[in-house]
Design a protein around this ligand. Structure first.
Ligand SMILES: C[S@@+](CC[C@H](N)C(=O)[O-])C[C@H]1O[C@@H](n2cnc3c(N)ncnc32)[C@H](O)[C@@H]1O
Length: 174
């Protein structure tokens, strides 16, 4: 990814630090930290997810914002007694999630059917987070929820929303 980026922008324009997002420290303070495309759920424990909020806070100026894009846990698809549910089924692509509801974990299995008789499988592991738990994690790190929308266009977040964009804010200095 960094190689791809370097073909477009040099180190002076967009510096990159490679490390664990829960703990890595970048020099400087910023007005915005963002973590999009469900990335927070790649941290597989609650402790690491809380640590990630604290790390975001540590990089922000007073009044700074932390923007998160995250899916809403899809448990309503899971019939009682079953551990797998299909999330999407399109021509050439099937995705299903296998759930461990006790540990709040889901493995997402992406099957792509590129050639007749062949399939590619990509798997990713996640700890899913309810919006209410996310707000509590934010509170532990000193944030307040500023806004929550269903998408980047500012659509209303409802009980049917499959994802959300939540903006948390540190208190400004009084
Ligand atoms: C869902 S992908 C999103 C990728 C990219 N940010 C985007 O928006 O297209 C999550 C990315 O986070 C990376 N990742 C997982 N755990 C991480 C960690 N502890 N620290 C930093 N990156 C991590 C994964 O390798 C993966 O590239």
């Amino acid at each position: 990814m960094v190689e791809q980026l370097r073909s477009k922008a040099d180190e002076a324009t967009i510096p990159v630090i490679i490390g664990d997002m829960a703990t890595t420290v970048a020099p400087g303070k910023f007005t915005l930290v963002y973590l999009v495309y469900n990335t927070l759920s790649n941290l597989l424990t609650q402790a690491e997810q809380v640590e990630c909020f604290r790390n975001a806070a540590r990089h922000l100026t007073p009044g700074g914002r932390f923007a998160i894009e995250l899916g809403v846990p899809d448990l309503r698809r899971l019939p009682p007694g079953q551990t797998a549910a299909v999330w999407r089924s399109d021509p050439g692509y099937v995705n299903l999630g296998t759930y461990d509801v006790l540990r709040q974990q889901v493995v997402s299995h992406h099957f792509s059917f590129d050639k007749p008789g062949q399939a590619r499988l990509f798997r990713s592991s996640h700890r899913y987070i309810w919006p209410a738990e996310l707000d509590l994690m934010a509170q532990l790190a000193g944030f307040e929820l500023e806004s929550r929308h269903a998408d980047w266009s500012g659509g209303e977040f409802t009980a049917e929303s499959s994802s959300h964009v939540s903006v948390y804010r540190l208190p400004p200095i009084q």
